[in-house]
Design a protein around this ligand. Sequence first.
Ligand code: PLP
Length: 228
Amino acid sequence: MNVKTQRLDTIRTRIASACAAAGRDPEEVRLLAVSKKQPAGLVRDFFELGQVAFGENKLQEALAKQPELEDVPIEWHFIGPVQSNKTRDLAANFDWVQSADRPKILRRLSAQRPDGMNPLNVCIQVNVDREPQKAGVAPEQLGELVALAEELPGIRLRGLMAIPRLTRDETEARASFRDMKRLYDELRRSGHRLDTLSMGMSADLELAIEEGSTMVRVGTDLLGPRPA
Ligand SMILES: *Cc1c(COP(=O)(O)O)cnc(C)c1O
């Protein structure tokens, strides 16, 4: 097995083991390969191994990479902070935007999704640990954004995304994931048809899956260390 096949295999095994430990069906957890800072050739190699969904966090970088991969049906996810002057390109070039976090962004993505394309899949990013410098809506403002996203044409609300604070403390990390799961469950219980809770990265995907993640976003441990 070459190193790419091996890395993909290892991540799939980690996901499957975490699901087994949590008594969950591994089909419930999708893998998003985070290809930021990685070359298009590497994305192609992983696509050929069966990985379909890739995530980018910088628009310009993604727009430079995508033309080289036009011949492969990649599912592109945007996971970086969204500036309002970037929404037109996001709406035209991505399948998912996971980091919508304010009304203006939702309205622009909706209005700018080109006619004839499927609705843009959207997750709302939640600033679950209320970090001042971090993108994401405050938990108490989530309800309003969810209601708006559901009524706008051109976009389809799929769920929530979070990047919890960096911590080595497992109890703290678990608490953030648990807060997200509670918000997600509350919304679903009150009738919102969400199917995506995007949380967990290379270092903490097991913990995130244990706490209810349905999509882990893995860069380093899947594609390898990012070039400087
Ligand atoms: C970079 C990044 C990841 C992946 O991080 P790794 O630690 O390399 O797995 C996941 N989500 C977001 C939003 C990122 O920016």
